[in-house]
Design a protein around this ligand. Structure first.
Ligand SMILES: Cc1ncc(COP(=O)(O)O)c(C=O)c1O
Length: 448
């Protein structure tokens, strides 16, 4: 339905508009080209719309201002890293107070026990360890799972994303074989040797893989959130748990994104029963911090390993992991944000955002859909898919780039590599309405 000539002409206009509006970002981007690879401190930052990245100046609550003095509604929120909203006073104060008293000693700090107890209370697993990032946490858990079960492989769902975890950068090829996913750069091994990929919501494929007896753990998000949002079928999680138990496979639930459904994530909300639980990004209020929890049974099996003298070269942990600053940030975040009252504000806003987008989709009879998951929502250019491959088939880079740039030029930041909006407790109905109007206008311009 989209005329590509119209799309390209509109995109070119938006590009000019972007360049004209961001002279200061343009200068900084040029300077950064000299000594930063691709002109950015981290290569993903090249994925923003526009011919160069917008350099931000200040971010507060649900908004930020760029170096050209332009204001934005931030629906990206650091791709969940700042789901609490930017610049939380409680976190800033805790960081300042802790930084003055020392950051890294490799000793536990006074906040450690509080954080462990709060993680246990929220997420229902009794024993916890810290990590710097969700990637780290997933890596550590995969090692533990192989160690405990003595099995060589992990199972992930097709088109999942669990961070820069080598084993999980895998996908299915047309013949149903597990292969390195596109973009898996300098892969250290063929993921077919470490990983089995099955389509999300495909219980028969799942059972066939588990029945080989090779699978140490299933690493899963409650819903796929990194290829649009793909919801689990009714009863999928109950079967996933039943089958993993039946075949002696551990279940790792990664709630790094799905914490958007409530204070205890989907695990609490949907009654999941993981053996390991992974959470990263938002629990530090923007500071790098992550954690992983485990059942008492798992902890009992791991304790003798952890106590051994070689634990420092076990492949788990890191010198700065669990540092006092990160633990203080987690305490400040979990005591002042991500609470019931925060979700009570965020979720209705996500419902309104979804309704606004759906209204435009329906009005024009577009074959697109919009999916809400708690405080997050995302539109995708196909009807609701049941698995990642169906969602991946509908990726439209050209259309994505246009929609993002159109929104950015009108003061709205969407998450790159997604068409996703995440709500914070600081967003307002006016922010949501602004998006509804901008989205409707983009579609109107496209359809002429
Ligand atoms: C579900 C999930 N797990 C883990 C990660 C990795 O998080 P990080 O990049 O902070 O390590 C991501 C990142 O997007 C994610 O979406």
């Amino acid at each position: 339905m989209i005329d590509r000539t119209v799309l390209r002409a509109l995109h070119a206009e938006e590009e000019q508009r972007f360049i004209a509006a961001h002279p200061r970002s343009a200068v900084l981007a040029k300077e950064a080209q000299a000594n930063l690879l691709c002109g950015v401190p981290m290569a993903w930052m090249t994925r923003w719309p526009g011919s160069f990245p917008v350099f931000f100046d200040t971010a507060q609550g649900a908004h930020f201002t760029d170096v050209d003095g332009l204001g934005y509604i931030d629906f990206c929120l650091g791709d969940t890293g700042a789901m609490t909203g930017h610049g939380l006073v409680q976190v800033a104060e805790a960081l300042y107070a802790q930084a003055k008293r020392g950051i890294t000693t490799m000793l536990p700090s006074v906040d450690a026990a509080w954080v462990g107890a709060e993680l246990a209370r929220r997420f229902g697993l009794p024993l916890w360890q810290m990590a710097m990032t969700a990637t780290d946490a997933n890596r550590f858990v995969l090692r533990f799972a192989r160690h405990i079960t003595g099995r060589p492989k992990v199972l992930v769902f097709d088109w999942c994303y669990h961070g820069t975890v080598d084993e999980a950068l895998a996908t299915l090829d047309a013949g149903g074989n597990t292969v390195n996913r596109p973009g898996n750069l300098g892969a250290p091994f063929d993921t077919g040797s470490t990983t089995v990929v099955v389509p999300f919501n495909d219980l028969a494929a799942l059972e066939a893989a588990l029945a080989t007896g090779e699978i140490a753990c299933v690493l899963a998000e409650p819903a796929l959130t990194n290829i649009g949002i793909v919801m689990p079928d009714e009863g999928f999680h109950a079967e996933l748990r039943r089958l993993t138990r039946a075949y002696g496979t551990l279940l790792v639930i990664d709630e790094t994104h799905t914490i958007c459904v409530g204070p205890g994530g989907a695990t609490a909300q949907w009654g999941l029963e993981p053996d390991f639980f992974v959470i990263g990004k938002t629990i530090g209020g923007g500071m790098p911090a992550a954690a992983y929890g485990m059942t008492a049974e798992i902890a009992e099996q791991l304790a003798p390993t952890i106590d051994k003298s070689a634990v420092d070269v076990s492949g788990v942990g890191g010198t700065l992991t669990g540092n006092a600053l990160a633990v203080a940030a987690v305490r400040a975040t979990l005591s002042s944000a991500l609470r019931d009252e925060d979700f009570a504000h965020m979720i209705p806003l996500a419902t309104a955002w979804t309704a606004g987008v759906r209204d435009t989709i329906d009005r024009h009879g577009l074959p697109w859909h919009v999916q809400q998951l708690g405080g997050r929502a995302e539109y995708w250019f196909c009807p609701p898919p049941r698995d990642g491959a169906a969602a991946a088939a509908a990726v439209d880079d050209e259309l994505d780039a246009f929609m993002h740039l159109w929104a950015l030029n009108r003061g709205i930041l969407l998450t790159p590599f997604h068409n996703m909006a995440l709500m914070s407790p600081h967003h307002t109905s006016a922010d949501v309405e602004a998006h509804t109007e901008v989205f409707a206008a983009a579609v109107q311009a496209l359809l002429g």
